[in-house]
Design a protein around this ligand. Structure first.
Ligand SMILES: Cc1cc2nc3c(=O)[nH]c(=O)nc-3n(C[C@H](O)[C@H](O)[C@H](O)COP(=O)(O)OP(=O)(O)OC[C@H]3O[C@@H](n4cnc5c(N)ncnc54)[C@H](O)[C@@H]3O)c2cc1C
Length: 471
């Protein structure tokens, strides 16, 4: 079969060796691999706008493309015109990726992509679509890969506000909000706050915690805070958002900070308070698939659910919400289906993360605080980017803000962790993570040969810049 099957007839039943629910990263990778092995695969995606899943359509790709476009704006470019043009270009890119994702899978002889919402009927069967446009699919092996959905915080007036936007709404609107409130100072909130500020919006981030990036060391969080404040982002931390009231052309958002009530008037409110696993529409009870207290599909370290023939990959299983984790989930599932079955989530070590502000913050491993809490004797190597003599690239690309910090084991010279707030850090961190996974010492990372002028050669300097060392 090789058709999009947009017109089903009632009572049609398909059979698949592998049935994938949701066109996420992990599911599509398994679908393609199993299809290549000659297995019949049916992949069900609820929306024709989401072939390829969140990342290429409304997640990583468009947001990082917007970072790029926002950084290209010159002072003489009109914010609204530049922004609308940028959104247009980004949408053209996502359309291209969407079509590529669809064709890549549906073009395979063995794979069928169905467009419709899937819902379990029993442990081996899902129904797709509704009413007359409904069919059922039986799968021997089933993968749940339905991702996550935004959480709207429980604030009076917020859910019903016409100024409320999810990240998807925000990045697709072609009107630049002159004033934007971002509820939630986590990764998503800070990235979009920074990017919309660069496009020209007045941005206020409202965060309940006493500070942003509380899991990072204080010096790193301070460096990020300084950059965001320099950019003109308003950071309101330790706040409680009390209510939202819609006016004819703006929303009033009332919040409490240090016991004082404050009001901010905005044209748009972004809900960036996290995303929850997308399980509520799946009728998992019919399949006998258990969920956790937080609504994620419960899985073991091999990503098997409470039904051994059903796996869950990506955001829906409650793991870290990153595309590369969903991809790694696919390696585990493929190992179960076609390999030796030994690979598990326990094998993951030194998984890096990047916060794509400008410059980006990329981290891996332990913070200084965590290393000390673990009772380790540590050495801290750290330098502001502007002072790293071995890294002229920062001056070449005119981005000298930020810092690099390494947490090292004072006894073994092992790299315990790193926080790199610098240009290119989203690339640098992968080298550090690889070094950590393979036991490459701090001295080896410091004294090796790197190209010039590159950002990596900063390691030649920074790893020797010991600022603190436990006796
Ligand atoms: C704005 C934003 C920026 C992000 N930036 C980054 C980043 O820079 N780097 C990074 O690694 N991660 C980033 N993420 C997170 C990343 O996008 C997700 O972790 C990742 O896409 C999750 O993939 P997944 O495999 O779980 O499924 P998804 O890619 O979310 O796909 C799930 C699919 O299932 C479909 N679906 C849901 N229910 C059903 C149903 N019942 N029937 C049929 N289909 C269904 C959905 O329509 C969707 O297409 C970002 C996320 C957002 C929202």
């Amino acid at each position: 079969m090789n058709t999009e099957n947009s017109h089903y007839t009632e009572n049609t039943e398909l059979h698949a060796d592998v049935l994938v629910i949701g066109f996420g990263k992990g599911g599509k990778a398994v679908a393609a691999a199993m299809g290549q092995r000659g297995k019949s695969v049916v992949l069900v995606e609820q929306s024709a706008r989401m072939y390829g899943g969140t990342c290429p359509n409304v997640g990583c790709v468009p947001t990082k493309a917007l970072v790029h476009h926002a950084n290209q704006r010159r002072p003489q470019d009109s914010p609204q015109d530049w922004y609308a043009r940028s959104v247009g270009e980004v949408q053209a890119l996502t359309s291209l990726f969407r079509a590529g994702n669809f064709d890549g899978l549906n073009g395979m002889e063995t794979v069928t992509v169905l467009t419709g919402r899937a819902r379990f009927e029993d442990p081996h069967t899902v129904s797709v679509g509704a009413g007359a446009e409904r069919l059922t699919v039986r799968g021997d092996t089933i993968l749940i890969n339905t991702g996550s959905v935004p959480v709207v915080p429980d604030v009076p007036g917020l859910a019903g506000s016409r100024y409320l936007l999810t990240s998807t709404d925000l990045i697709e609107t072609t009107t630049l909000p002159p004033r934007l409130a971002v509820i939630g100072g986590g990764y998503l909130g800070l990235e979009l706050a920074a990017v919309y500020r660069r496009f020209g919006s007045e941005v206020t981030v409202l965060e309940t915690a006493p500070d942003i990036l509380r899991h990072e060391d204080e010096d790193v969080a301070t460096a990020v805070r300084t950059i965001l404040l320099d950019e003109g982002v308003t950071l309101a931390t330790g706040v409680r958002v009390l209510e939202v009231t819609d006016g004819p052309d703006r929303a009033s958002l009332v919040y409490e900070q240090n016991g004082t009530k404050q009001t901010v008037e905005v044209d748009a409110i972004l809900a960036a308070a996290g995303r929850r696993p997308a399980t509520s529409e799946l009728n998992l009870e019919a399949a006998g698939v258990a969920v956790t207290e937080r609504g994620a599909v419960k899985v073991d370290t091999y990503l098997r659910t409470s039904r051994p023939h059903i796996f869950a990959l990506g955001d829906v299983n409650g793991g870290p919400q990153f595309t590369y984790i969903s991809l790694d989930d696919s390696r585990i599932v493929l190992d179960q289906l076609t390999g030796e079955g030994g690979r598990s989530t326990d094998d993951r070590a030194a998984v890096p993360h990047t916060l794509f502000i400008t410059p980006p913050l990329a981290t891996v491993g332990m913070t200084e605080r965590e290393a000390r809490a673990a009772g380790l004797r540590v050495k801290i190597a750290s330098q502001p980017v502007a002072e790293i003599i071995a890294m002229p690239r920062a001056y070449v690309v005119e981005e000298t803000r930020g810092m690099m910090k390494f947490v090292l084991d004072a006894e073994t010279d092992e790299i315990l962790g790193a926080a790199l707030l610098s240009t290119d850090s989203q690339e640098l961190i992968n080298t550090v993570a690889l070094a950590m996974r393979h036991g490459i010492t701090a001295t080896e990372l410091r004294t090796t040969v790197y190209t010039h002028p590159s950002s990596t050669e900063a390691f030649n300097d920074v790893l020797g810049a010991i600022v603190r060392s436990d006796p």
